[in-house]
Design a protein around this ligand. Structure first.
Ligand code: DMJ
Length: 654
C-alpha cells in the first residue's frame, strides 16, 4: 500500500503545517484537563486520587469536613449539610477545627451523637489555641472590638462576652498557662496535674454523673445537699480542668453539662452548697471559656434560688426545694434560724447573676442582707452565727471564724475586691469585723502559736477548726486595703495563722491536719477528741499557703504545699481515687471512702496555683469564690465604656 504524500506533511509524518500543529496541541491539552478534572469525581478511597491530589485539597476545610470519615461510605455528597447530624444537633467549627456539638439532642442523638462526640475528641482544641482564640492570645491587650482580632473570637462568644474580656487587665491564663520557670516547681505542678487527672478519671469511670466518687467501693455518691441536682464533681471540676489544660476531660465535662445537667429537679437542696458549687462553677466556666451554654444554665439555676429569699426579712432560709420554691431552716439550727456562713456567702455569685442577666433582682437580694447585717447591733462588734429570718435578730451568741461563720468574712473582703474596690460598705464591714475578731478571738498559745478561738457569749473555746485556716489567706489579701499603717501588721497576722495551721499538719503522724485542733489542757495545735481527728481532703490550709506564696514569695509556702502533696499521695491516694482518712494521728490508714468534690475544685486547684507563676488568674482580675471558682472583677466603668480599657491597662503597667 502506497501512502500518498499529503501536502505539508513530511515523509516521516512529523512535519505538520503550523495551523495543524496548533489544532493538535489544543486537542491534546483539552484531553489532559478533562482527565485531571475527572479525578475530583472519584471517591476519596481511590488511590489514584490520593496520589494526584494534595492532602489539603483532599480534605474539606469546613467543620462538616470533620465528617470526612463519612465520605468513605460515599454518603456525604448525596446529603445536604444540615442532614449530616442527628435531629436537633448541628455542628459548628469549634476550637482549632474540632467539631463542637451545639443545640439540643439530649437523647435523640443516639449513636450519631456518640460518633460526633468521638470525632470531636479526636481533635481536641489545643490549650494554647483555645486560650489564644478566646483571649486574643498574647496580643490580648491589642484586642479592640470590631478589629480583625475581635472577629476571630469564637463565633459562639457573645458581644457582651467579648466586651468583658476586653475589660480584663491581663490574659487570664498568663503568658504560658502559668508555667513556672524553674524545673523543680514545674515538675511539682505536673504532679498535681497528674493527681487531678487520676481523681477525674476514676470519678468518670465509677461515678460519672453522680455527685461524688466513693473510691473504695468504686461507685457514686449522691447525698442530700444538692436536692435532685447531679454531677457536683463535674461542675466543680470544669475550671480546674480548663486551667490545667486537661481539655479532653474539660470537653467531656462540658458535654455532660449540655446533655445531662437537669435543672428541673424537685429535691431539697442547701442554698449555700448549690450556690458555691453549681452557680460558682458554672459562672467561672462561662467567664473563662465564653461558652454560652454555661451562662444559659447558670441563669436558669439562679432563677430557681430566688424563692428562698421570700421571708419576712429577706434573709433566706438554708434549705430550698428547687422545684416548688418552698424553703425552710435546717432542723439542727436553733429556733428556725439561718446560718451566717450560708446567707452571708451569696454575694459574689449573685452580683454576677445580675451582671449576666441584666436583672438587678439578684444584687438587690444580697444587698438587702448586707443592709440588715450592717444595721443590726453586734455584740462586741462580732457577728454571731445564727440569725432569725423572721425577726432579723441574732438567735444566740456563738461566734466562729471556722464552720458556721467562715465564708461570711471572706465574702466581705472579696466583695470589695470584686467591685474594683468601689464597694465601701463591704470594705468597712470587713475591717470593723476584723478589728472585733482581733480584740476578742485572736489568741497566742503558751508555745507562741497564734490562733483564732471560738466565742460563746463572751466565753472563749480554745479550739480552731480546719475550716478557720482559710483566714490566713483572707487576712493576707486584705492587707493592702486597710489603714496604711496596718499593712505589715495584717501580713504578719496572716503569716502567723498560716504557720499555726501548718503546725497542725506537722504535728500529726500523717502530716495531714485534723478537722479541729485545740490549745487547752496542754494541747497545742493538736486534736484532743477522737471525733476531731479526721481529714476529708479539705483545702483551707493549702489555700492559705497559695495566697501567702503570692503575697510574700517566701519559698517555705511552696515547701509546705509539697509536704501536703506527699502526704496526700501516701495516705489518701487509693487504687481508684482519693479518699479522706479517719485519723491523721495513725499511720494505719482508715479511709472514709469519699472523694469530695471540693478536692477537685479547691485543694488541687490551689496546689496547682501554688506551683504556677503568679500570672495564672492574676488577682487584679479575679477573685475566688469560697469553692475556689474564679470570678472576674466587675469593672463597671469599662463595661459601660470599653474605650477606658486601654487607660486601665496602661495604669497597671505604669
Ligand atoms: C468547701 O465547700 C468550701 O470551701 C466551703 O466554704 C467550706 N467547706 C468546703 C471545704 O472544706
Amino acid at each position: 500500500m502506497v501512502f500518498r504524500k499529503l501536502p505539508g506533511v513530511s515523509a516521516s509524518g512529523m512535519s505538520l503545517r503550523l495551523s495543524q500543529k496548533f489544532v493538535f496541541l489544543l486537542f491534546l491539552s483539552g484531553l489532559v484537563t478533562l482527565c485531571f478534572g475527572a479525578l475530583f469525581f472519584l471517591p476519596d478511597s481511590v488511590r489514584l486520587k490520593r496520589i494526584f491530589l494534595s492532602k489539603s485539597e483532599n480534605q474539606p476545610a469546613t467543620a462538616a469536613g470533620s465528617g470526612a470519615a463519612e465520605n468513605d461510605a460515599g454518603e456525604r455528597p448525596k446529603r445536604p449539610r444540615e442532614q449530616e447530624h442527628p435531629r436537633g444537633v448541628t455542628s459548628t467549627k469549634g476550637e482549632s477545627g474540632g467539631v463542637v456539638v451545639v443545640g439540643g439532642g439530649t437523647s435523640g442523638g443516639g449513636g450519631g451523637l456518640a460518633r460526633l462526640k468521638s470525632l470531636a475528641r479526636k481533635t481536641p482544641p489545643s490549650y494554647e489555641a483555645t486560650e489564644e482564640r478566646l483571649a486574643g492570645g498574647k496580643a490580648q491587650e491589642d484586642l479592640t472590638l470590631g478589629s480583625e482580632k475581635a472577629s476571630s473570637l469564637d463565633s459562639g462568644a457573645s458581644f457582651a462576652y467579648k466586651k468583658f474580656r476586653r475589660c480584663l487587665l491581663k490574659p487570664p491564663l498568663g503568658r504560658d498557662g502559668g508555667k513556672p520557670g524553674d524545673p523543680q516547681t514545674d515538675k511539682r505542678r505536673e504532679k498535681v496535674k497528674e493527681m487531678m487527672k487520676f481523681a477525674w478519671d476514676n470519678y468518670k469511670q465509677y461515678a460519672w454523673g453522680k455527685n461524688e466518687l466513693r473510691p473504695l467501693t468504686k461507685n457514686g455518691h449522691i447525698g442530700n445537699m444538692f436536692g435532685g441536682l447531679r454531677g457536683a464533681s463535674i461542675i466543680d471540676s470544669l475550671d480546674t480542668l480548663y486551667i490545667m489544660g486537661l481539655l479532653d476531660e474539660y470537653n467531656d465535662a462540658k458535654e455532660w453539662v449540655r446533655s445531662n445537667l437537669d435543672l428541673t429537679s424537685n429535691g431539697e437542696a442547701s442554698l449555700f452548697e448549690v450556690n458555691i458549687r453549681y452557680v460558682g462553677g458554672l459562672l467561672s466556666a462561662y467567664y473563662l471559656t465564653g461558652e454560652e451554654l454555661f451562662k444559659t444554665k447558670v441563669l436558669e439555676l439562679g432563677a430557681k434560688l430566688l424563692p428562698a429569699f421570700n421571708t419576712p426579712t429577706g434573709i433566706p432560709r438554708g434549705v430550698i426545694n428547687l422545684g416548688s420554691g418552698s424553703s425552710w431552716s435546717w432542723g439542727w439550727a436553733s429556733a428556725g434560724s439561718s446560718i451566717l456562713a450560708e446567707f452571708g456567702t451569696l454575694h459574689l455569685e449573685f452580683v454576677h447573676l445580675s451582671e449576666l442577666s441584666g436583672d438587678p433582682v439578684y444584687s438587690e437580694k444580697v444587698m438587702n442582707i448586707r443592709k440588715l447585717l450592717n444595721k443590726i447591733e453586734k455584740p462586741q462588734g462580732l457577728y454571731p452565727n445564727f440569725l432569725s429570718p423572721v425577726s432579723g435578730n441574732w438567735v444566740q451568741h456563738h461566734v466562729s471564724i471556722g464552720g458556721l461563720g467562715d465564708s461570711f468574712y471572706e465574702y466581705l473582703i472579696k466583695s470589695y475586691l470584686m467591685s474594683d474596690k468601689t464597694d465601701e460598705d463591704a470594705k468597712n464591714m470587713y475591717y470593723n469585723a476584723l478589728e472585733a475578731i482581733e480584740s476578742n478571738l485572736v489568741q497566742k498559745s503558751p508555745g507562741g502559736l497564734t490562733y483564732m478561738a471560738e466565742w460563746r457569749g463572751g466565753i472563749l473555746d480554745h479550739k480552731m477548726g480546719h475550716l478557720a485556716c482559710f483566714s490566713g489567706g483572707m487576712i493576707g489579701i486584705g492587707a493592702d486595703d486597710g489603714a496604711p499603717d496596718k499593712r505589715q501588721h495584717y501580713l504578719d497576722l496572716a503569716a502567723e495563722i498560716t504557720h499555726t495551721c501548718h503546725e497542725s499538719y506537722d504535728r500529726s503522724a500523717t502530716k495531714l491536719g485534723p478537722e479541729a485542733f485545740r490549745f487547752d489542757s496542754g494541747a497545742e495545735a493538736t486534736a484532743t477528741r477522737l471525733s476531731d481527728r479526721y481529714y476529708i481532703l479539705r483545702p483551707e490550709v493549702i489555700e492559705s499557703y497559695m495566697y501567702m506564696w503570692r503575697l510574700t514569695h517566701d519559698p517555705k509556702y511552696r515547701e509546705w504545699g509539697w509536704e501536703a502533696v506527699e502526704a496526700l499521695e501516701r495516705h489518701c491516694r487509693v487504687e481508684s481515687g482519693f479518699s479522706g482518712i479517719r485519723d491523721v494521728y495513725t499511720l494505719t490508714d482508715s479511709h472514709d471512702n469519699m472523694q469530695q468534690s471540693f478536692f477537685l475544685s479547691e485543694t488541687l486547684k490551689y496546689l496547682y496555683l501554688l506551683f504556677s507563676d503568679d500570672d495564672l488568674l492574676p488577682p487584679e482580675d479575679w477573685v475566688f469564690n469560697t469553692e475556689a471558682h474564679p470570678l472576674p472583677v466587675v469593672r463597671k466603668s469599662c463595661l459601660q465604656d470599653p474605650s477606658t480599657a486601654a487607660q486601665d491597662k496602661s495604669k497597671l503597667s505604669g
